[in-house]
Design a binder for this molecule. Sequence first.
Ligand SMILES: Nc1ncnc2c1ncn2[C@@H]1O[C@H](COP(=O)(O)OP(=O)(O)OP(=O)(O)O)[C@@H](O)[C@H]1O
Length: 345
Amino acid sequence: MTEQPAVRFDRVQVRYGAVTALDDFSLDVAAGETVALLGPSGSGKSTALKALAGFLTPSSGRVLLNGRDVTGLPPHRRGLGVVVQQYALFPHMTVAENVAFGLRARRSFSAKRVTDMLELVGLPGFGKRYPRELSGGQQQRVAIARALAIAPPVLLLDEPLSALDAQLRADLLEELRRLRDELPDVAMLYVTHDQTEALTLADRIAVMRDARLVDVDTAFDLYQQPPSSFTASFLGGANLLAGTVVSAGGLVRIGGVTLTASSADPLVEGADVRVAIRPHTLVVADDGLEATLTGLQWRGATFRLTCLVDGMAVHADVPSADGLPPVGSPIRLRLPATGAAVVAR
Ligand SMILES: Nc1ncnc2c1ncn2[C@@H]1O[C@H](COP(=O)(O)OP(=O)(O)OP(=O)(O)O)[C@@H](O)[C@H]1O
């Protein structure tokens, strides 16, 4: 018998009155796999997670856990771990009581389990404190310990880092990566609109837009060979340049410049295509594509140039602004020898 996926969304639709928040949504998450639901605000990510957790009932379709249809079950009978954006700890309970909450509800309290969970999230000895005595990052660690205490087969995380400031976010992201590696049997579904979080954590990324799943693949493949223009720009902010196929072997011409581009589909000589090119792979050089520099923005480690190429805005991230012409002047952008990808229009 083949192994059942830990999670299966089977053509799930969720409607709020006239609004379709999730449409024909199907996705499997294997045991031990981490999948990120990535998409802009309002694309239906949280709705998918709530349908799985049991916080709402789909208008149609089914959700299955390890092969079992749980569509009609209340949340507490699904046995999932859930972590949301706002820590949602019980303020009148100590850290240890918070972590023990799910265990007590199941009549399976174990002081050792509570201690182990606090150790797992890097907070040994914090059991007697109250949530108000913790930083935001520490509170979120407690929320994760509480969710994991019942040893759920599936952990759901809905934007768990978004209430934290940048440094804490980076620390906790690192911590989540470690947890993922230390819990190889737990399937994780991670909702985020942050591509860095998705790329860092996920085995696969499911890209959502307008209530629908657009693309799903390994993080690496989605980044290297985006199947759609939407994913190319949303994941890694690729430029989409108009090009013409010079040879079916992968040569493409953009402006007067010919370069090699990968493609998931066979290329047809003479066809008009769109080519995804990442901003950090463009270089300012005399032999590049003709453009006009229209904006310059300092971003700390890099400068972001905004240029116009044939009326289209193109971004380039360069390490230094030395030697750049003034904004409004002609500039030339050298296209990368490798790494460009043809995407579906
Ligand atoms: N309770 C509700 N009543 C009516 N419409 C809702 C409700 N909850 C969500 N929606 C709508 O459903 C759509 C999807 O919302 P959802 O919260 O799933 O998006 P999201 O991708 O998680 O966005 P965000 O990143 O902003 O949380 C949106 O158009 C939203 O306005």
